[in-house]
Design a protein around this ligand. Structure first.
Ligand code: MTE
Length: 308
């Protein structure tokens, strides 16, 4: 487990932040049934279990932390695990600005204040037609937005990742116009499935997965789930997003998982579940990645082939 070498409590949110009435730290010996988790140096975070979780079996911690997309560290799937160790994630602050009542630069501790952490086991579907099941730890984006006060003119939320080329070697390549950017419509951001994740598998977020805080929007392709967030802006107009800027014909703003709308260069009808071997594990992709019941109403009346 490469990330274990570089992940300590000093790298993440100060310990008391993980505590609230629904969250407690278990001793290092607790819940170590999975051999991959048997690292005595790290305390576990026990969060409330969420009713939003899937019952699908989670991928291994190894799969989740060694097969990543985080282009700030390179374009190879193993690059984030290899190079993210040098990223400084403490201190960490997030600028919240635009059409909000309480704009400001918030410490991570303040962003997380009073937000109940939950374990959410979500299906995660990458646009590259692979998928994983990830036990995230996080809190609802709506909780934070309600706290900072969204003003009536706000229609979208724009997100930006850290720019720090000295710690993010992939940023020396100009093929992406850094920072990595993403966006959601306000109702998508307010949806209870949308979380800001600060950990996974009961531990603080591994750096390659977007420490210390990243977005997770489970009914959209994985690239919407922006990592290592430093800026959240409430805006009136649809914001620019990295993949749409790069390839507008291939990546739209919405990017909802949709087996009936193919990527121009490949089918989206099925997916390969990571960890199930080269030949096994191909399965049908579900509309909205299986979250149709919860989110289809957000798009009532929209042509999802046009709004891809
Ligand atoms: N966020 C940033 N800042 N940079 C990235 O390159 N890649 C996206 C998304 N968020 C990316 C990012 C893509 S394409 C995917 S599939 C997911 O992160 C992968 O998340 P994971 O590595 O935690 O599985």
């Amino acid at each position: 487990m490469r990330f274990r070498n570089d992940l300590t409590w000093a790298d993440v949110t100060p310990r008391p932040l993980w505590l609230n009435r629904r969250v407690m730290l278990a001793g290092a010996g607790a819940l170590l049934a999975t051999p991959a988790l048997a690292t005595p140096a790290l305390a576990r975070i026990e969060a409330a279990k969420s009713a939003f979780s899937t019952t699908d079996a989670p991928n291994s911690l190894e799969d989740i932390t060694t097969y990543n997309n985080f282009y700030e560290f390179g374009t190879g799937k193993e690059d984030p695990a290899t190079y993210a160790g040098g990223l400084t994630t403490d201190p960490w602050s997030i600028v919240i600005d635009g059409l909000v009542d309480k704009p400001g630069t918030y410490d991570l501790a303040d962003v997380m204040k009073d937000q109940p952490l939950e374990e959410r086991i979500y299906r995660f579907r990458c646009v590259e037609a692979w998928s994983m099941i990830v036990p995230w730890i996080g809190f609802e984006m709506a909780g934070l937005l309600n706290r900072v006060g969204v003003q009536p003119g706000a229609k979208f939320v724009a997100f930006e990742t850290l720019v720090r080329p000295e710690e993010m070697p992939g940023q020396s390549s100009p093929f992406i116009e850094w920072p990595y950017r993403e966006g959601l419509r306000l109702d998508e951001a307010m949806h209870p499935l949308t979380i800001l994740a600060t950990g996974l598998y009961g531990e603080p977020m591994p750096k390659q997965n977007g420490a210390p805080i990243r977005l997770v929007v489970p009914w959209k392709y994985g690239f919407k789930s922006i990592k290592s967030i430093v800026k959240i802006s409430l805006v009136a107009e649809m914001p620019k997003t990295t993949w749409n800027m790069l390839q507008p014909g291939e990546y739209g703003f919405y990017s909802n998982v949709n087996p009936t709308v193919d990527h121009p260069r490949w089918s989206q009808a099925s997916e390969r579940r990571i960890g199930s071997g080269l030949f096994g594990g191909r399965q049908d992709t579900l509309m909205f990645n299986g979250y149709e019941e919860q989110v289809a109403s957000l798009y009532a009346g929209q042509d999802l082939a046009a709004d891809y």
